[in-house]
Design a protein around this ligand. Structure first.
Ligand SMILES: NC(=O)c1ccc[n+]([C@@H]2O[C@H](COP(=O)([O-])OP(=O)(O)OC[C@H]3O[C@@H](n4cnc5c(N)ncnc54)[C@H](O)[C@@H]3O)[C@@H](O)[C@H]2O)c1
Length: 265
C-alpha cells in the first residue's frame, strides 16, 4: 500500500519503535511523508536509521525511552518538539507480553506488565496531551492531533492463556475512550483511538511460541486457526495507524480499530 503524502507536515512520536508494530509504524509514517521521532527502551533504537532503506535523517530522529519513567516520557516529548517543532501524533506501541497460566503468575510479573503496558501509556498520554493541547488554537477538529494506543483483541475478548496481559490491554482500551471524550470536552482538538491487532508476526509473538517448546508447530497451528489462513504482518497494523494519524480519520474518535484478519468477527 502506498501511503505517500498522507502525513505530510505532521510529526509522529512513536514508542516501542525498535521492533515489530512500532518499527513498521516508523516505516509507514516516513513513507506517508511524516517526520518521525522514534523511541524505545532497547539499544536497537540507536541503529534504527541504519537498518532502514535510504532514510533522510532530517525526518527521522531516535532516542532511548523507557515508558515506565514518567519524567523521561516528558523529556522525550520535549526533545521531539526541539527537533521538529511540534508533535501531532503519538503512537503508543511499547509493550510486553506474558502468557504463563494465571495461577502461576507472581505479583512482580503482574506489576511489571502494568508498569509497561498501562503506566507507560498513562505517562505518554499525559506528556502528549500537555504538548498537543498548546496547539489547539491553531488546529481545527478536521486537522486534530491524534493519540493512537496499541491495545489488542485481548483487550476486547477473553484470552484465558494470557489473562494478566489481556487485562492491561482492556485497561488502555477503556482509557482511550475516556480520554477521547475528555479531550473533546476541553476542546483540545486531540483525537484518541485504540488499535486492536490480532496475532501479528513479531518478536513478542515468537517469544510466546518459543515458550511452548515447539515454536514452528505452534506457529502453524496459530496460522491454521486464522480465518484467512495467515497471521498478521506488522505492516497490516501500521497501515491502520497511518489512517488514524491522518486527517482522513478526522471524525474517528474514541474508536477501536480491529486489525485481526476477522478472527474475532
Ligand atoms: N504481536 C502481536 O501479536 C500483538 C497483538 C496485539 C497487540 N500487540 C501489541 O502491539 C504492541 C507492539 O508489540 P510487538 O508485537 O510489535 O512487540 P515487539 O516486542 O516486537 O515490540 C515491542 C517494543 O516495545 C519495546 N519496549 C518494551 N518495554 C519497553 C519500555 N519499558 N519502554 C519502551 N519500550 C519498551 C521493546 O523494546 C520492543 O522494541 C504491544 O503493545 C503489544 O502488546 C501485539
Amino acid at each position: 500500500m502506498n501511503n505517500n503524502g498522507r502525513l505530510a507536515g505532521k510529526t509522529v512520536f512513536i514508542t516501542g519503535a525498535a521492533s515489530g508494530i512500532g518499527r513498521a509504524a516508523v516505516v509507514k509514517c516516513l513513507e506517508a511523508g511524516a517526520n518521525v521521532f522514534a523511541t524505545d527502551v532497547s539499544d536497537a533504537i540507536d541503529q534504527l536509521a541504519d537498518t532502514l532503506e535510504s532514510v533522510d535523517t532530517n525526518v527521522l530522529a531516535s532516542r532511548r525511552l523507557d515508558v515506565r519513567d514518567a519524567a523521561a516520557c516528558e523529556e522525550a516529548m520535549t526533545d521531539a518538539i526541539r527537533q521538529f517543532g511540534e508533535v501531532d501524533v503519538a503512537v503508543l506501541a511499547a509493550g510486553i507480553g506474558y502468557s504463563r497460566p494465571f495461577e502461576a503468575m507472581d505479583a512482580e510479573s503482574w506489576h511489571e506488565l502494568y508498569a509497561v503496558n498501562v503506566d507507560g501509556v498513562f505517562h505518554c498520554c499525559q506528556a502528549a496531551i500537555a504538548i498537543m493541547k498548546s496547539g489547539a488554537t491553531e488546529r481545527t477538529w478536521d486537522s486534530a492531533a491524534s493519540i493512537i494506543i496499541i491495545s489488542s483483541i485481548a483487550g476486547q475478548v477473553a484470552e484465558p492463556a494470557a489473562s494478566a496481559y489481556a487485562s492491561t490491554k482492556g485497561a488502555v482500551r477503556s482509557l482511550s475512550k475516556s480520554l477521547a471524550k475528555y479531550c473533546a470536552g476541553h476542546d483540545y482538538k486531540i483525537r484518541v483511538n485504540s488499535v486492536h491487532p490480532g496475532v501479528i508476526d513479531t518478536p513478542l509473538l515468537w517469544a510466546d511460541l518459543e515458550a511452548t517448546g515447539a515454536a514452528q508447530e505452534a506457529y502453524e497451528s496459530v496460522c491454521a486457526a486464522q480465518p484467512t489462513g495467515r497471521i498478521g504482518r506488522p505492516e497490516d497494523v501500521a497501515n491502520g495507524i497511518v489512517y488514524l494519524a491522518s486527517d482522513e480519520a478526522a471524525f474517528v474518535n474514541g474508536a477501536e480499530l480491529v486489525i485481526d484478519g476477522g478472527s474475532t468477527a
